[in-house]
Design a protein around this ligand. Structure first.
Ligand SMILES: Nc1ncnc2c1ncn2[C@@H]1O[C@H](COP(=O)(O)OP(=O)(O)OP(=O)(O)O)[C@@H](O)[C@H]1O
Ligand SMILES: Nc1nc2c(c(=O)[nH]1)N=C(CO)CN2
Length: 189
């Protein structure tokens, strides 16, 4: 049987260590994962930490970005690959929304709605996060978030507090980590 190729959207965040390099390294690892192809990463943005008690301008700032890709993996195998990459990049699972070296979220898996003990897709909080919407809009000005509408409209509604990362020398460091427009996810919107 020929495996189905599904467009996906990943979100990346880090607020400890060499944040931008960690995210670019994780993206190279994901792009090199068997079953993942056509990986396209956004520019990175610096963002105010969202904590359990709201935005905290005094907490270490995050670097955030998104990437689109196509995959033949099933959603849970993809999550396994994401979590293995988080672990190799020093991620420790402790307090919810605590500081972290790397977080990778699966925002969209084609047009699938998934809700089980390991995965909620579309990511239930993506539509209210400027640190997801702003880099996605950079990557694809026509992007649509399934169930919520145009990303440009969502971002205009919540406001954009993110700023472009001044030093992002690694944007093209991986042969398959290329900036570009997302392919296919809009059709699911
Ligand atoms: N769409 C998703 N992408 C990544 N992990 C998910 C998703 N949906 C559910 N999870 C589950 O969330 C668990 C905890 O994730 P994590 O601690 O990274 O949450 P968080 O990143 O702090 O919060 P948030 O999901 O609000 O960004 C993971 O072990 C994973 O099983
Ligand atoms: N700015 C910002 N804040 C966050 C982020 C993130 O990626 N960026 N991720 C969190 C948990 O996933 C909690 N808070």
């Amino acid at each position: 049987m020929i495996a189905q190729v599904v467009p996906v959207l990943f979100a990346f965040g880090a607020n400890l260590g060499d944040r931008g390099e960690t995210i670019r390294s994780a993206q190279r690892a994901l792009a090199a994962t068997p079953g993942i192809e056509r990986f396209e990463a956004s520019a990175l943005r610096e963002t105010i930490a969202l904590t359990a008690s709201g935005p905290d301008p005094d907490a270490p700032r995050y670097v955030n970005g998104v990437a689109t890709a196509r995959t033949t993996l099933d959603p849970h195998a993809l999550l396994d690959a994401m979590q293995a990459i988080e672990t190799t990049h020093g991620r420790v699972r402790d307090i919810r929304w605590g500081d972290r070296t790397l977080d990778i979220d699966l925002v969209l898996f084609g047009g699938r709605v998934i809700s089980d003990d390991r995965l909620q897709v579309p990511h239930p909080r993506a539509h209210e996060r400027d640190f997801v919407l702003a880099p996605w809009l950079d990557l694809d000005p026509d992007a649509v978030l399934m169930g919520h509408g145009r990303v440009a409209d969502l971002l205009a509604r919540i406001g954009d507090t993110t700023v472009p990362l001044s030093h992002d020398d690694h944007a093209n460091a991986g042969s398959k980590v290329v900036p570009g427009r997302s392919g296919g996810l809009d059709a699911q919107g």
